[in-house]
Write a protein that binds this ligand. Structure first.
Ligand code: MSP
Length: 661
């Protein structure tokens, strides 16, 4: 039987910099949907990639003295490494610098020109290079880019223009006739308003730089980067190169994009397709932004979160789970380390981890890991079994509607019910009475069946964990479309038969010792004060101290000690770091220079206490960014084991800059 095709894409990201957690958020959502659609029996084509041309990339490359291709090759490799680490199951990765893409862009530019929808004229207007967007004077906000708020540049050049205005009414009608085309509905309304204000013809070529695809009939021009980038979706689907594939996968089922680029995908892109006579994508979904403490992530604010570091610390599934569970797809959501740790501990370690662990433990203790002949269910089993029967349908409906958050809540409701069922049925009492052995088997069977269901349903979100759960349950590791279908017959077709063997319980998510953001930040600044000398510090840059300690003895040589540049410094100014409990920002005078230090001592010293003190500073410690402030050095302090008392090491009678030996 031919499977129904399903095409989902992410935006192709700019390789102007490494990707942050916001990009990982978008790709994780797309991955969860792609994985779900595969489980639902579809033939899925999941596409992501990189948008490599344009003025921004050319400038960035020049800044570091590289050619654009050298520059992007390196960054694109980091994208691919990130997606692998995060368990992203994309079927293709398109780079706009590939030959297959150049050919398509040039062919469609030529076609649209030949039919008279692209014409040459003079362009004069504003350009935002970070967004690669043209703006009219009246569209600017306080003279800046209305999207990103950064300065715009005046552009005056000969350009080719695309007759967008000609297609305005057709596009509006399409949007009005297809309520599902732009989602969520708030974005749809924004787009309708935007189009009703009147569409200008779009400048689709540039002449003042050359990092782009040449216009085929006029080599002075390169194709405007958004015209080039949007085309990636049909290139990868096989347009012009693989008609069979194109007929199968086009139109795309959903272009998943961030809310700031819905306009490009629901106005410019459909009009390009209309001009080509190609069907429009079925849906453009604009997801919300991930913000950090309510603030947009940006390098200048120093609040950019690196997903690679997070995955190394917590594991890919924990990050995936957090992103998918914590944030409602259409809305902005907040990322915080505290919230991440809370989710891991409560949902993954506690709810899911405990259910698996308790069940398998009881299987080992009471049944030697072998399922017995269970008696028929009783009324005591009904609440759990009724919920389990209803869950797959609700889950499917939510996933089809891209309500990922809702689908995850459904699964966790079932997990919660199953944990409660253990408390209600008290299997430890049943185990003491041989006459109750078939009843005990029923309780264990229900729990195993529910866990088997959970292992299927969570696969799109936490694929590695799904396999680990299945391994422990004694089921085939990979989940298939047949497994999801079988859940519809829950209670009639059992995954677990008498004689089935389960494995030994292994913790799937160890609890994370809860640290507040302040504590984590404090460790970054003051590892020596908070930890014994041989402990590993929290941040890699500070590896200098333990690295010199020979393993096991904790001894260092005098030469090792001499590597520390310890000096007296006088605190000249002090203030609390906003929105933190434990951090003080200090200005210290070293005699030869002033330094800024962030120190986790605010619970023990007020800013007033600090001004005028002569403290001891590790002056040659690599600077670290803490809460967006560059801290250059570390104060010495001693604290007791539970960190309830802390005392700074001071040198009251000495001037600034004295060496401590
Ligand atoms: N290259 C264009 C897209 C071309 S698609 C034909 C581009 N690239 S980008 O690198 O800036 O990536 C933008 C996308 O990354 C957003 O649309 C969104 O999906 C994702 N995100 C970037 N920052 C994000 C957050 N802070 N939060 C959530 N998603 C974020 O625009």
């Amino acid at each position: 039987m031919n499977k129904t095709p399903y095409f989902i894409s992410t935006p192709i990201y700019y390789p102007s910099d490494r990707l942050h957690i916001g990009h990982a958020y978008c790709t994780t959502i797309a991955d969860a949907i792609a994985r779900f659609q595969r489980l639902a029996g579809k033939d899925v084509f999941f596409l992501t990639g990189s948008d490599e041309h344009g003025q921004k990339i050319q400038r960035k490359a020049a800044e570091v003295g590289q050619s654009p291709i050298q520059y992007v090759d390196h960054i694109v490799a980091s994208f691919q490494m990130l997606w692998e680490k995060l368990g992203i199951s994309n079927d293709d990765f398109i780079r706009t610098t590939e030959k297959r893409h150049h050919e398509v862009v040039q062919a469609i530019f030529q076609k649209i020109y030949d039919q008279g929808d692209i014409y040459k004229a003079a362009y004069e207007g504003w350009y935002c290079t970070p967004c690669e967007t043209f703006w009219l004077e009246r569209q600017l906000t306080d003279g800046k880019c209305p999207d990103c708020g950064r300065p715009v540049e005046m552009v005056q050049e000969e350009s080719y223009f695309f007759r967008m205005s000609k297609y305005q009414d057709r596009l509006l009608k399409h949007i009005e006739d297809h309520p599902e085309f732009i989602q969520p509905v708030s974005r749809r309304n924004e787009m309708i308003n935007f189009i009703k204000q009147g569409l200008e013809d779009l400048c689709v070529s540039r002449t003042t730089f050359d990092w782009g695809i040449p216009v085929p009939f006029d080599r002075k021009h390169v194709v405007y980067v958004w015209f080039d980038a949007l085309t990636n979706y049909i290139t990868a689907a096989g347009y012009l190169h693989d008609p069979e594939k194109f007929a199968k996968f086009w139109p795309a089922d959903v272009h998943l994009v961030g809310k700031e680029i819905v306009r490009f995908h629901s106005i410019i892109w459909p009009i390009i397709l209309m001009a080509l006579g190609v069907e429009l994508p079925k849906k453009v979904y604009g997801h919300g932004w991930l913000v950090v403490e309510g603030d947009k992530m940006s390098k200048s604010k120093g609040n950019v979160i690196d997903p690679v570091l997070l995955i190394d610390e917590f594991g890919a599934d924990a990050i995936r789970y957090f992103l998918l569970r914590e944030i409602n797809l259409g809305q902005d959501g907040n990322f915080s380390r505290d919230a991440l740790i809370k989710r891991i501990n409560s949902d993954l370690a506690n709810d899911l981890g405990n259910l698996l662990h308790r069940t398998l433990n009881m299987m080992q203790r009471y049944n030697g890991g072998v399922m017995g002949q269970a008696e028929a269910p009783t009324t005591a089993d009904e609440p759990l079994l009724t919920l389990a029967k209803a869950t797959p349908f609700r889950y499917r409906t939510m996933m089809e509607n891209m309500d990922i958050n809702g689908a995850i809540k459904e699964i966790w409701q079932l997990i919660g019910r199953a944990n409660k069922y253990i408390d209600e049925t008290e299997p430890w009492k049943l185990a003491k009475d041989p006459a109750q052995s078939a009843r005990l088997d029923r309780v264990l069977l229900n729990l195993l069946e529910v866990l088997s269901m959970v292992s299927v349903l969570v696969e799109p979100f936490i694929p590695t964990t799904s396999g680990r759960i299945r391994g422990q349950l004694g089921l085939p590791l990979a989940v298939t479309a047949e497994d999801l279908t079988a859940l519809d017959g829950f209670g009639t077709v059992g995954a677990i038969q008498p004689g089935h063997r389960t494995g030994k319980p292994e913790p799937i998510f160890p609890r994370i010792e809860e640290k507040t953001e302040d504590e984590a930040a404090m460790e970054k600044v003051e590892p020596a004060a908070a930890k014994p000398a041989t402990a590993a510090p929290a941040v890699p840059e500070q590896k200098t101290i333990p690295a010199v300690a020979p393993e096991g003895t904790g001894e260092i040589s005098i030469d090792d000690f001499a590597k520390l540049d310890l000096r007296t410094a006088i605190v000249t100014a002090a203030e609390k770091v906003e929105k933190t409990e434990k951090l003080l920002k200090l200005t210290v005078d070293l005699g030869t220079e002033q330094r800024t230090i962030v120190s986790g001592i605010a619970q023990f010293y007020t800013p007033e206490d600090m001004v005028g003190r002569t403290v001891i500073l590790i002056a040659n410690l690599k600077p670290a960014k803490i809460r967006g402030i560059e801290s250059h050095g570390m104060l010495l302090a001693a604290s007791n084991a539970d960190k309830s008392a802390l005392s700074l090491i001071t040198a009251p009678n000495l001037p600034a800059g004295c060496k401590v030996k």
